[in-house]
Design a binder for this molecule. Structure first.
Ligand SMILES: Cc1cc2nc3c(=O)[nH]c(=O)nc-3n(C[C@H](O)[C@H](O)[C@H](O)COP(=O)(O)OP(=O)(O)OC[C@H]3O[C@@H](n4cnc5c(N)ncnc54)[C@H](O)[C@@H]3O)c2cc1C
Length: 267
């Protein structure tokens, strides 16, 4: 097996390392202490294609492979763990499900702005009573004519306070249990009845916002369902599985940063 990086992968790693050292590291403490969204850094990542690395170029992404994603995300996380989380969720938890389960129309409308970095995406599964056991979620989506009406509250949603688009899980058929959950793409900027709830006051990665998403008779187009009704929980769990690649990359980068700091301190 050949573990050598391709020229493109090497270039991605070097570019991400340079951004981490020159742009992110010097400002990380400021953004963390002020709980401030690092908008400029996210824009830079967007320009480099890092907000949708594995998304094909026709949908605004960089069209690269997952090795490039891991290399870029671990270096970015080494520079600023918060920026790493924002990038990870954008790629793994928003772009991945829309790319994997979305229709051609959905990809054009809802993937392109997020994969290109122009807008930020988030993923809403967790609720106050549905964390480790997501099948017990209570947010509902009821079909009314040509719209779905969403009611419920999502909790601990990364990027929730800055995102323009979300993939949201909701119950569409209570009697069907876990097979009665569906997922939807929500245009958060243009959905009356949607609001951002409490933004959590965390102990770390404070420049990455973690918030509630509140839906009160929020109406979205019928066509915004992702895949088939009832497929939502499977889609969301598949997305979380894919997201582990991002989580592992973040952990690797943060670990490298800790080692570098320790060596410098001891030297
Ligand atoms: C910083 C941050 C960002 C997040 N971002 C997102 C996001 O973007 N989107 C999203 O949807 N969610 C997000 N989450 C939510 C996250 O997925 C949940 O926190 C996680 O699923 C755990 O759920 P919970 O917090 O309700 O804990 P609980 O499910 O209440 O678990 C609490 C503890 O009890 C244990 N436990 C639970 N059930 C059992 C059992 N049956 N037997 C034994 N032990 C058990 C757990 O292991 C854990 O130690 C985020 C959370 C955090 C902290």
């Amino acid at each position: 097996m050949n573990f050598a990086l391709t020229e493109e992968q090497q270039m991605v790693k070097e570019t991400a390392a340079r951004i981490a050292d020159e742009d992110l590291k010097p400002k990380a403490a400021h953004f963390d202490e002020n709980h401030e969204h690092p908008a400029e850094a996210c824009a830079t990542l967007g320009e480099l294609g890092f907000m949708g690395i594995a998304v094909p170029e026709e949908y605004g992404g960089a069209g690269m492979d997952y090795v490039s994603y891991v290399l870029a995300l671990s270096e970015i996380s080494r520079g600023d763990a918060s920026v790493g989380v924002i990038m990870s969720v954008n790629n793994s938890l928003y772009c991945f499900p829309v790319m994997t389960f979305g229709t051609e129309e959905q990809k054009k409308a809802f993937l392109t702005p997020v994969a290109s970095g122009a807008k930020i995406g988030c993923y809403g599964l967790t609720e106050a009573g549905a964390g480790s056991d997501p099948a017990s979620l209570r947010t509902t989506a009821v079909l009314d004519g040509n719209q779905w009406v969403l009611n419920g509250e999502k909790k601990f949603i990364t990027n929730g306070n800055v995102a323009s688009y979300a993939v949201i899980a909701a119950v569409t058929d209570k009697a069907a249990g876990a097979k009665g959950i569906s997922s939807f793409i929500v245009d958060l900027e243009n959905t009356p009845g949607f609001s951002v709830g409490r933004v959590e006051d965390k102990m770390g990665i404070c420049a990455s916002g973690t918030s509630e998403l509140v839906f009160e008779d929020a109406r979205i187009p019928k066509d915004n369902i992702l895949g088939e009704p009832g497929a939502g929980l499977r889609q969301m769990l598949t997305t979380l599985d894919s997201g582990r690649i991002g989580i592992g990359s973040q952990a690797l980068g943060i670990g490298k940063a800790v080692l570098e700091e320790a060596v410098q301190y001891a030297g």
